[in-house]
Design a protein around this ligand. Structure first.
Ligand SMILES: NC(=O)C1=CN([C@@H]2O[C@H](COP(=O)(O)OP(=O)(O)OC[C@H]3O[C@@H](n4cnc5c(N)ncnc54)[C@H](O)[C@@H]3O)[C@@H](O)[C@H]2O)C=CC1
Ligand SMILES: O=C(O)CCC(=O)C(=O)O
Length: 321
């Protein structure tokens, strides 16, 4: 049994993603089956009565690793001595909106929570930003916490990765675990570039390139990319609510990989841009180098970077910095 308890914050804890997420974290799916945790749950004051119900349900799960639950509307309580922060709380988009339409409403939250990380959390805290527009909110949080290494900040594009992997798997008639090395470049938005040029598929025991396995280049370069880019909008259209179960699963995959060493994606200077990375045992990471990039890929990667630069400039203008 690990002796030290981890202090793990989930913001937006009364919301729909948190409702799917908290059980998985509390039962050890993310930080380990022998790792005791203290859950800190932050939401706005008006949601405290709902949060009380979530706390009751967590207590009623009788989970051995969950040593304490602290539910609050105060950042100074929620961000104290954190080991991990999962920043979900923010406004979700409605049908017909792009995620960047949320910039004005949401960047202020991430400026304030970045400052709270700076003031109250451990300098080793690992921060995962989920609230949209996730990349730019993450950049704002990182800029507001200058004494925490920028490499400790990441945003959620694992949901896009899982979507891409699953689309390929369904097309090939194999389980998603047979699909490796899908890459999501850039922004968690409709300009993201889901890239299968390095993807391998295990078909009946043989490792094939994705292009050889699928044998339909037009689909891979057209409908596949559009489906992954537009999947969030398609879920909103169908459910009248944004993705929550799949988002919670992706948050668990992302944070677990950071904690337990696997592979993942990452960032250049002054943009939070999704990249393939390798994560090492000490939780440091390195961008996967030397992948061949053809002109098709380069054009798509440039488009999503251009959008992120525009979002960054708009966000910083809103904040007056
Ligand atoms: N990056 C990704 O892949 C994904 C991102 N998202 C984003 O996650 C966010 C949350 O989505 P849902 O849980 O469905 O929304 P929701 O509306 O069900 O829950 C959001 C919660 O955040 C709370 N909140 C608002 N401001 C807050 C603040 N300043 N501090 C703490 N809590 C605050 C709200 O009161 C609410 O309880 C949205 O921005 C959504 O677009 C959703 C799915 C995937
Ligand atoms: O699409 C949205 O704006 C909300 C949820 C989300 O980011 C997603 O499903 O990818």
């Amino acid at each position: 049994m690990c002796s030290e308890q981890l202090r793990v914050l989930v913001t937006g804890a009364a919301g729909q993603i948190a409702y799917s997420l908290l059980f998985s974290i509390a039962k050890g799916d993310v930080f380990g089956k022998d790792q005791p945790i203290i859950l800190l749950l932050l939401d706005i004051t008006a949601m405290l009565p709902v949060l009380e119900g979530v706390v009751m349900e967590l207590q009623d799960c009788a989970l051995p690793l969950l040593r304490d639950i602290i539910a609050t509307d105060m950042e100074e309580v929620a961000f104290k001595d954190l080991d991990a922060a999962i920043l979900v709380g923010s406004m979700p988009r409605k049908e017909g909106m792009e995620r960047k339409d949320l910039l004005k409403a949401n960047v202020a939250i991430f400026k304030s929570q970045g400052s709270a990380l700076e003031k109250f959390s451990k300098k080793t805290v690992k921060v995962l930003v989920v609230g949209n527009p996730a990349n730019t909110n993450c950049l704002v949080a990182a800029k507001s916490a200058p004494s925490i290494p920028k490499a400790n900040f990441s945003c959620l594009t694992r949901l896009d990765h899982n979507r891409a992997r699953s689309q390929v798997a369904m097309r090939c008639g194999v389980p998603a675990t047979h699909v490796k090395n899908v890459i999501i470049w850039g922004n968690h938005s409709s300009t993201q570039y889901p890239d299968v040029h390095h993807c391998m598929v295990n078909m009946s025991g043989s490792e094939l390139t994705c292009f050889d396995a699928i044998k339909d280049e037009a689909w891979l370069k057209g409908e596949f990319i559009a489906t992954v880019q537009q999947r969030g909008a398609a879920v909103i259209k169908a459910r009248k609510l944004s993705s929550a179960m799949s988002a919670a699963k992706a948050i668990c995959d992302h944070m677990r990989d950071i904690w337990t060493v696997n592979y993942h994606y990452w960032v250049p200077d002054d943009l939070i841009y999704s990249f393939p990375v390798q994560i090492h045992k000490d939780k440091s990471w390195k961008i996967v180098d030397g992948l061949g990039i053809n002109s098709f890929s380069q054009t798509k990667m440039d488009a999503t970077a251009a959008e992120l630069m525009e979002e960054r400039d708009t966000a910083l203008a809103f904040l007056g910095v």
